[in-house]
Design a binder for this molecule. Structure first.
Ligand SMILES: [Zn+2]
Length: 486
């Protein structure tokens, strides 16, 4: 906030009366302030003046009362506020996270999750039981079957996907996090550092003009038809890019009816990630544009299994061309590492979530689950999927309760892994130069939602019922990690 952005000067004689609810007279806003003080430097606040007022360094007396506050005072205040149910705001220097991790942990999410864990356990038990009764009467063989039915995917295909990913936990996730620990000069990483920025990450900023050039080139080099559609979006202003007050965050491509062109919303700020997002939404845009021209209203929108095909494929094209024009070794490494992390978050992590749900729903059929039982299942899938280089503190066991999908849309999570791996396999076929790949790809997009994913993938020689289909997708991630270790 700029100083000039303050409210206009308003003397008390002109001010309307400020009234609080229920005739209350005062508002009290509790802010707890946490700081890191370096004992070697002058202290930010002095309560104990130095003898003869001659500054001393290190200023141990003043540093000590601050340090006492961090060791003891904070915990007393924390209890006093919690016991009385007083909500408060936490203000802190970012370095507090490194110096006083237990303090930050206690004050943040896990404390709230822990306080509500019995309630969430009860909700989870009731929902799973309700679902199992429903499934039984509907004759569905597995807890996941109802989700597969609505995704138009067979149980065996989802099984082939999850089994393949689980078999590869070690090769991709465990291996990558070990490398990342080394980069960050640690033996292992706490779970909150799993996605921490890398020391060599590029700070490059790309102008909107650069961004247009990069994505248009990426799509045109793949196929001129795709490149031409991308140009239409830029030339006709079908993209809203700048960040402005009141604008929706995130990014999306919106289609309406086949006769109208799609619109894209992004919040472009010039980072490499923003270019990836732009390429992603343009992929959706091309898909919607092509399907809209060939299909009727009812067949134009894609089913969930193929919904992310064009977007993730386009992101991959752009990533590859960005990589090929990046010459600085560190920037290349940063790009590769970010891509791997994105993929692990989409593939490995979501499958671990899916495994958690599977255990919960299967065991709930037999009996009600306790808080500890659910927490143990959670920690178990986390350890198995992320591997020995990621460490958890005790409070992490409550983190299952912050995933909204478990409550609102059981078993939805595998869709993310499904989409990513499917596109990786498709990209693998493209890179191995299948004849007429580009024509087949354009036909796939033009088909919209007029057929099931397995029929649409047939021209590419891909069969998702087989494990090697999914393994091809995993190999793409493995190859990227290989390049990081070269
Ligand atoms: Zn998308």
């Amino acid at each position: 906030m700029n100083r000039r952005d303050r409210l206009h000067h308003q003397p008390i004689i002109n001010r309307p009366k400020l009234l609080l609810k229920n005739n209350k007279k005062i508002i009290l806003w509790v802010i707890v302030n946490l700081e890191v003080w370096d004992p070697e430097l002058p202290q930010p606040r002095n309560i104990l003046p130095p003898p003869m007022n001659v500054p001393m360094l290190p200023d141990l007396p003043n540093w000590s009362w601050h340090e006492y506050g961090m060791r003891v005072g904070f915990w007393r205040m924390f209890k006093a506020l919690k016991d009385r149910g007083i909500p408060s705001t936490l203000a802190l220097n970012a370095t507090v996270v490194d110096h006083y991790p237990e303090t930050v942990e206690a004050a943040i999410i896990s404390a709230v999750l822990k306080d509500n864990i019995s309630l969430f356990t009860s909700i989870t038990n009731n929902l799973a039981k309700d679902k199992s009764i429903n499934d039984k009467w509907r004759g569905l063989p597995n807890p996941v079957s109802s989700r597969n039915l609505s995704n138009v995917v067979e149980d065996e295909v989802v099984e082939a996907l999850t089994e393949t990913i689980k078999e590869n936990y070690q090769k991709i996730a465990h291996r990558y996090y070990k490398i990342k620990s080394k980069w960050l000069k640690k033996k292992s990483l706490m779970y909150w550092d799993r996605n921490a920025p890398l020391p060599f990450q590029s700070q490059s900023i790309y102008s909107w003009k650069d961004a247009r050039q990069i994505v248009t080139d990426a799509y045109s080099n793949f196929d001129n038809r795709a490149g031409n559609i991308v140009n239409k979006f830029f030339d006709n202003s079908w993209i809203h890019a700048p960040v402005i007050p009141g604008k929706s965050p995130g990014a999306f491509a919106a289609s309406t009816v086949p006769s109208a062109h799609p619109f894209i919303l992004v919040n472009y700020q010039g980072k490499a990630r923003d270019i990836a997002t732009l390429a992603h939404e343009l992929g959706h845009g091309i898909h919607q544009y092509l399907a809209g021209r060939k299909q009727t209203y009812f067949n134009s929108s894609t089913p969930l299994t193929l919904a992310e095909t064009a977007s993730v494929f386009g992101e991959m094209l752009t990533f590859k061309s960005l990589l090929s024009i990046t010459t600085k070794e560190n920037e290349r490494k940063g790009l590769l590492a970010n891509k791997v992390e994105d993929m692990l978050n989409t593939v490995v992590r979501q499958i671990a979530f899916f495994e958690f749900e599977k255990h919960i729903h299967h065991q709930r059929k037999i009996k009600e689950l306790s808080v500890d039982e659910i927490c143990n299942i959670w920690i178990d899938v986390q350890k198995k999927s992320l591997g020995p280089s990621i460490k958890f503190n005790d409070d992490y066991k409550y983190f299952w309760s912050y995933i909204p999908h478990f409550i609102h849309s059981p078993f939805y999570v595998y869709a993310y892994a499904f989409g990513d791996c499917l596109v990786n396999s498709l990209f693998n076929v493209y890179e191995s130069k299948l004849p007429k790949f580009e024509d087949k790809y354009i036909t796939l997009l033009e088909s919209g939602g007029s057929d099931t994913y397995d029929k649409l993938l047939k021209p590419f020689g891909l069969n998702p019922k087989k494990k090697d289909f999914w393994q091809k997708g995993v190999n793409v991630i493995e190859n990227l990690i290989d390049q990081l270790e070269e």
